[in-house]
Design a protein around this ligand. Structure first.
Ligand SMILES: Cc1cc2nc3c(=O)[nH]c(=O)nc-3n(C[C@H](O)[C@H](O)[C@H](O)COP(=O)(O)OP(=O)(O)OC[C@H]3O[C@@H](n4cnc5c(N)ncnc54)[C@H](O)[C@@H]3O)c2cc1C
Ligand code: FES
Length: 295
């Protein structure tokens, strides 16, 4: 079981954050590094921030965190519309208004034999943050990462040095920052990116489960973030394998503080189906509870 984590509601701060870097790292994708000491201290993997894209701070967009170290928040974002386009034009040295950290963080079980992270596209950053924090905590769980993207990966990749038993030959690429910690990682893409699995990340994960000499035992936890179709597939696989874990939803949001009900999703609980707000009841929900078909 994934332990339930307290929401960070009640300690959400608004901070004027100086941009240290805001540059393109891959087609349509940017890295934003901002100085936001009070939010950075409180941020945990899975919580998110609401970032102003314009100067006066009204035009905000939700973003997950790739990292929060010292005074800095590290964000990877994809330009999809007016807000993120505007954000991509903001220069280093100028300031943004940031609200956060918002929502419930991931709460992995320290006794889990394996903790497996499966991320797609803009859902990859919070999972890297989770794995790096687990590694830094000296976790005894075995860690693994599966990432899928149709655009070039926004994080540096390299030929895998960390052994990853069960990964098909030819699927050689890893993420540099995980590989150097010894966390096995494998990547998938349908865009013919060399060294990646030529298909869906969930198919790569299924193939790994089949080829592993000793499959992960029940009690294993899967954490996932990315497109809804991917998370629905991850949830179904976790159910079949009796794995626990959680999904981190990146639903369209307006207020991000629980006031507008613009981000609700159907979730099953002990009392039946209820509509939950992704911003304050999530964005992290126990795997197996999100009803993707009823949306
Ligand atoms: C908790 C959370 C964490 C997020 N973390 C990240 C992150 O780390 N990096 C990142 O790049 N993006 C992330 N997103 C998504 C990001 O917030 C949206 O891409 C952004 O709000 C789009 O704003 P825009 O003004 O550029 O586009 P808009 O003009 O608002 O939208 C452009 C198009 O994208 C669609 N769209 C907008 N938001 C979403 C969404 N959330 N899901 C699906 N379709 C959407 C719209 O329907 C429209 O078709 C996150 C979202 C949430 C809720
Ligand atoms: S975005 Fe307004 S309630 Fe979640």
């Amino acid at each position: 079981m994934s332990r339930s984590a307290p929401s960070s509601r009640g300690s959400v701060l608004i901070e004027r954050a100086r941009i240290i870097e805001n540059h393109r790292v891959a087609p349509e994708q940017f890295r934003l590094l901002v100085e936001s000491p009070r939010i950075a201290t409180r941020a945990q993997p899975g919580t998110f921030v609401h970032v102003s894209c314009d100067e006066d701070g009204w035009f905000k967009r939700p973003m997950s965190l790739l990292d929060a170290q010292g005074d800095l928040l590290d964000i990877l974002y994809k330009v999809v519309g007016r807000g993120t386009q505007h954000l991509s034009t903001r220069s280093a040295g100028t300031c943004l208004s940031i609200m956060g950290p918002i929502g419930k963080p991931f709460a992995p079980d320290p006794e889990a034999p394996w903790i497996i992270a499966i991320g797609g596209g803009t859902g990859i950053p919070p999972l890297i943050f989770l794995l790096e924090r687990l590694f830094a905590s000296g976790t005894r769980s075995r860690l693994a990462f599966f990432g899928g993207s149709e655009l070039p990966f926004p994080l540096e990749t390299q030929h895998r040095a960390t052994p990853f038993i069960g990964i098909p030959e030819g699927v050689t690429q890893s993420l540099l920052r995980l590989d150097r910690l010894g966390i096995p990682a494998a990547l998938a893409s349908r865009s013919a990116i060399q060294g990646t699995y030529p298909g869906l990340v969930t198919d790569l994960f299924k193939s790994w489960l089949r080829l592993l000499p000793e499959p992960p035992t029940p009690g294993t936890q899967v954490f996932s973030c990315g497109p809804s179709a991917m998370m629905a597939a991850v949830q179904a696989l976790a159910r079949d394998m009796h794995f626990g874990g959680a999904l981190c939803l990146e639903e369209y949001m307006a207020c991000a503080i629980g006031g507008c009900a613009g981000c609700t999703v159907p979730v099953t609980g002990p009392d039946g189906i209820a509509m939950k707000r992704v911003c304050v009841d999530g964005p992290v929900f126990t795997i197996g509870t999100v009803l993707f078909d009823n949306r």
